[in-house]
Design a protein around this ligand. Structure first.
Ligand SMILES: Nc1ncnc2c1ncn2[C@@H]1O[C@H](COP(=O)(O)OP(=O)(O)OP(=O)(O)O)[C@@H](O)[C@H]1O
Length: 311
């Protein structure tokens, strides 16, 4: 749960007090519990700038981003570019500038690309979470709005690190639909299993239509309702074992859940042996159409395997 804060609008141009970098504000991207995010340019490069009055909250996000980009693990979230202060309407504010991730929110991306991409992107997301967990944090407020699929390379990236919580503490921010306690499936302790529960709910949410989803949110809210949805869904049914294990906190790591999801994904993308083409299928426009369909499905398969195995 989070509350929108009152953050004054940034002027069209501003500079940091200490580092003196100049930012041109293009538009507001959104505002949330810890501040507001703006699309800016700095030195001709697009940057997302998050500004807030609560310096400690902003610095906590900065610390997480900083430690994640040490080493080779930079893909978990946007790269951090600058941290500085500024004065807005006479009040001191802290801001940070980060890499602007040009892409779609996970749910918008699935709407456009199709539900067959859900397991592929969830497998990618689990790899990101595994890195975060190894650093001693959980993400906490996992939801499709906090995951971006970048336009250029179709990579999943987490945004909004305001809910990131040290393992063992109480989760700092959550959204009811994805919250383990709200589904009466456990508490809000920051644990690997808390994030994996939210990931499993998110997978269900991304596959079902909004009507089915909203019907499932009535009382009593129990994971049995989610299990019923999984049982009836052709897209989710193959993944029932990892999903149900995640609902019951059976995984010690995101890596374990990822490995099981990936094995199912691999199995489902192995093309079934095709019967020998009949004379009718192999000739004329029908034959050409089937050949194109086959080529298209092979390309889709190759793409899927590429994303699933190598990313
Ligand atoms: N690095 C980034 N690149 C591109 N867009 C971003 C980036 N960071 C944030 N955004 C956009 O800005 C919006 C607001 O950011 P943020 O997630 O921090 O606030 P929020 O989602 O409104 O907050 P909360 O979830 O805490 O209520 C996001 O929904 C996202 O669309």
């Amino acid at each position: 749960m989070s509350f929108k804060v009152a953050t004054p609008d940034l002027p069209r141009q501003f500079h940091g007090k200490w580092n003196k970098n100049v930012y041109h504000v293009l538009r507001e991207l959104g505002r949330g519990a810890n501040g507001a995010v703006y699309l800016t340019t700095q030195g001709g490069v697009k940057r997302a700038v998050k500004v807030g009055f609560e310096g400690m909250d902003i610095l906590m996000e900065v610390n997480v981003l900083k430690s994640l980009q040490q080493g080779r693990d930079s893909r978990v979230g946007p790269l951090l570019c600058d941290v500085d202060d500024l004065v807005l309407n006479g009040r001191p504010c802290t801001f940070y500038a980060m890499e602007y991730l040009d892409g779609d929110q996970l749910d918008d991306y699935i709407q456009k690309a199709g539900v067959e991409w859900v397991p592929v992107l969830i497998v990618q997301l689990l790899a990101r979470l595994d890195i975060l967990h190894k650093h001693g944090w959980t993400f906490g407020d996992l939801k499709p709005e906090n995951v971006i699929v970048t336009r250029q390379d179709k990579q999943v990236s987490l945004i909004d690190f305001g809910g990131v919580t040290k393992l063992g503490n109480a989760v700092r921010q959550f959204t009811e639909e994805y919250d383990r306690a709200y589904w009466h499936a456990g508490d809000r302790r920051s644990e690997v299993s808390y994030d994996l529960f939210s990931t499993a709910v998110m997978m269900v949410r991304l596959v079902v239509d909004s009507q089915t989803w909203h019907m499932s949110l009535g009382e009593p809210r129990q994971t049995q309702i989610l299990c019923d949805i999984i049982r009836k869904s052709d897209s989710l049914y193959p993944y029932r074992v990892p999903l149900i294990k995640a609902f019951h906190g059976k995984y010690a790591t995101a890596h374990e859940m990822r490995a099981e999801m990936l094995a199912i994904l691999r199995e489902s993308t192995v093309a079934p042996a095709s019967p020998a083409p009949t004379k009718q299928q192999g000739s004329g426009t029908g034959g050409k159409w089937i050949s194109s369909l086959f080529v298209a499905s092979m390309l889709l398969l190759a793409g899927t395997l590429y994303y699933a195995w190598f990313l």
